[in-house]
Design a protein around this ligand. Structure first.
Ligand SMILES: Nc1ncnc2c1ncn2[C@@H]1O[C@H](COP(=O)(O)OP(=O)(O)O)[C@@H](O)[C@H]1O
Ligand SMILES: [Mg+2]
Length: 284
């Protein structure tokens, strides 16, 4: 893991130290209400820039969905924001308290659910902390279960509880519903919408599902050629309905940007290789 003088992931609430921003500058940034500020971010693998001078701001409490073709760099961006990849150039400001949930719940099979929820938390967190988070995601009855006895939806909710227990100011979700069946996915989406409204944290949700993005997000971004190539505000009343008249126009515009113009309403915005996880396939 290398961090050079141009490349830094900076936790806003921590001392900036040697990474190039003066304290006065930081104060201005903090006052701007941004949870995430990314400027000129470059991440290259073997000389190929997957993220290429990427710019991104996310406001405090804002829900942003990130769309883009498979392999365009969405997960790479998420890992940088999570602080899991610091081999970058450019400037990245993120809140100190952040949490990430991936498509695979990544539970340790040899630890009971509540212990999984507390995994990696600093100090000696109490079991009650895990129980509260599990109750919040509707898993109060599975606190002592072993991960292998959970259904896919339950495991994903446990993973969400593990993220929430960190009380994040920024919640990073990488296709968290991708492996769930259609009905479970709808429930999980509703849960995330409720938790976001209660918690008020900023959320960056990577998804290949345009409808999911429009149901949940304040703003939808499309990534292309290593940058945010397109964005649209989702100015629809909540709770959102797919039948809302404004929904169809936004969906059509996003699908067009994703190169799926003329697709049916439930068309996935990703390659056929991902078809096990799309709504159309499940509905068939
Ligand atoms: N650790 C890595 N080493 C080499 N190439 C990588 C690594 N991580 C990601 N990539 C490449 O970066 C590109 C973007 O990957 P990724 O961010 O996972 O895409 P997405 O999440 O949008 O599907 C892909 O071409 C992938 O092969
Ligand atoms: Mg990915």
């Amino acid at each position: 893991m290398a961090t050079d003088v141009h490349g830094s992931v900076t936790d806003e609430e921590e001392e900036i130290g040697a990474v190039g921003l003066r304290k006065e500058q930081r104060a201005v940034r903090a006052a701007s209400g941004a949870a995430v500020q990314v400027d000129g971010l470059v991440r290259a693998f073997g000389g190929r820039a997957v993220l290429d001078e990427l710019q991104l701001d996310i406001q405090t409490g804002e829900f942003v969905a990130l769309l883009g073709r498979s392999g365009c760099g969405k997960s790479t961006l998420l890992k940088v924001l999570a602080g899991l990849d610091r081999d970058i150039e450019g400037e990245v400001l993120v809140p100190r308290r952040k949490a990430v949930a991936f498509q695979a719940p990544r539970l340790m099979p040899w630890k009971r659910v509540w212990r999984n929820v507390l995994l990696g938390l600093p100090g000696r967190p109490e079991r009650d902390t895990a129980v509260r988070a599990l109750e919040e995601v509707g898993l109060g009855h599975r606190v002592d279960a072993w991960p292998k006895t959970l259904s896919g939806g339950e495991a994903q909710r446990a993973s969400l509880a593990r993220a929430l227990v960190r009380e994040p100011d920024l919640l990073l979700l990488d296709e968290p519903f991708g492996a769930l069946d259609a009905l479970t996915r709808i429930k999980a989406q509703q849960l995330v919408a409720e938790l976001w409204q209660e918690r008020g944290c900023a959320v960056l949700l990577v998804t290949h599902d345009v409808e999911e993005a429009l149901l949940l997000a304040d703003r939808a971004l499309v990534m292309e050629d290593g940058r945010i190539a397109y964005e649209t505000t989702v100015d629809l009343p909540r709770p959102r309905e797919i039948s809302d008249p404004g929904f169809g126009a936004l969906r059509a515009r996003l699908l067009e940007r994703l190169g799926v113009a003329g697709a049916q309403s439930t068309a996935p915005a990703h390659s056929p290789a991902d078809s096990s996880t799309d709504r159309a396939a499940e509905a068939a």
